[in-house]
Ligand binder design. Structure first.
Ligand code: SF4
Length: 356
């Protein structure tokens, strides 16, 4: 009865979505998200074939720098939540980070993602000058993942030279979003995604699969919401219980469902840029490579200085850090090669459609 209701709800929602969504002939379904054995292999091969058709064997390579772990939010799934008093907080110097990047990024890196907790002070005082320096002294594409900020600050960041905003919605169910103390409200998050898109940003979003208490319905709901937003890319990360969070006792997400979800997302949106996230390697041995095999086409090399990285606990302290060597090994093992074209450049060329 419930499943029937859900099916009706999803078809009704599709009808009110835009034309582009209606044109697409693949809809994520329970069978694919739970596939295993030969059905799973076939799903991943189908997604890989679509990825190859769109992008060849090329994968975008970006570097990430995590420059502040202060956060005014309190997400139950995150070790950087404001109630975590055990965490030593840091803000890196923008000059320190600029020195690290300018002239020193690995040759394969075409873009830099600057990431912080939701820390408007860092966004204003560290990220803005860092972007200005990078824009002046490098050709790197610049993305930011800084949380929900004011429209004025978004505009300043864009004027400084960033062009991609990563605004994850994390959980596509409003009641769950509130239960998990995710930032603000889901409606507000969606509003900011639309605002950013209208003001010229390229947007990537993302969600966490397998949060405690969630069912297949939530996995499908996340994909439905992603499809309705004006995105150029989207990630799915497996839930990993962080030791300094209220969710520490819960089991991690199913790695199989997470990778199936990547494959479903690729089939649903062939032209999206879909990252392989490092947490896949905590969910399963060689999980990262499975993600690349199932349709992911963006890898991220962590460039955060060693002495700061330990306190950037997006899930748990014992993160799986993707160094250049690990990223290149995983790509080579899957027959993939770094894209010479950068991500920002790819978006600027209009290569990725915005479906909303
Ligand atoms: S997920 Fe982001 S916004 Fe939420 S507590 Fe962690 S750093 Fe802050």
């Amino acid at each position: 009865m419930f499943e029937q209701g859900y099916a009706l709800w999803t078809s009704a929602k599709r009808l009110i979505l835009n034309n582009r969504v209606r044109e697409i002939d693949y809809y994520p379904n329970e069978r694919d998200l739970t596939a295993c054995g030969t059905a799973q292999k076939a799903l991943h091969e189908r997604a890989a074939a679509v990825t190859r058709e769109q992008f060849g064997n090329k994968v975008f390579v970006r570097g990430v720098v995590e420059i502040s772990n202060f956060c005014r939010q309190n997400c139950a799934y995150c070790g950087m939540r404001r109630d975590n008093r055990a965490l030593e907080r840091f803000r890196a110097g923008s000059e320190q980070i600029a020195r690290l990047i300018v002239g020193h990024v690995p040759e394969s890196v075409t873009d830099i993602n600057i990431q912080t907790g939701e820390d408007p002070v860092a966004a204003r005082e560290l990220v803005l000058p860092l972007i200005q320096t990078l824009r002046r002294e490098t050709k790197l594409g610049i993305s930011v993942c800084l949380g929900t900020l004011s429209p004025e600050l978004y505009a300043q960041l864009r004027d400084a030279g960033a062009s991609i905003y990563i605004m994850k919605f994390e959980c596509g169910d409003a009641a769950e979003f509130a239960r998990l103390e995710a930032p603000g409200t889901l409606a507000e998050r969606e509003r900011h995604i639309h605002l950013l898109a209208r003001s010229g940003w390229f947007i990537s979003s993302g969600f966490i699969g397998g949060l405690p208490g969630q069912t297949l319905r939530h996995w499908l709901g996340n994909l439905e919401l992603a499809a309705s937003l004006p995105l150029h890319g989207c990630s799915v990360s497996p839930f990993i219980p962080g030791e300094d969070t209220p969710l520490r006792e819960f089991p991690p997400a199913s790695a199989d469902w997470t990778v199936n979800c990547i494959a479903a997302m690729r089939l649903m949106r062939p032209a999206w840029v879909i990252p392989a996230v490092s947490a896949l390697n905590l969910a399963a041995k060689e999980g990262y490579r499975s993600g690349l095999r199932a349709g992911a086409n963006l890898v991220t090399i962590n460039l955060t200085p060693d002495q700061l990285r330990g306190d950037y606990v997006i899930y748990k302290r014992d993160r799986f850090i993707m160094t250049e060597e690990r990223v290149m090994e995983a790509m080579a093992a899957e027959g993939l090669a770094p894209s010479r074209q950068g991500l920002a450049d790819f978006y600027n060329c209009g290569a990725a459609p915005v479906p909303a």
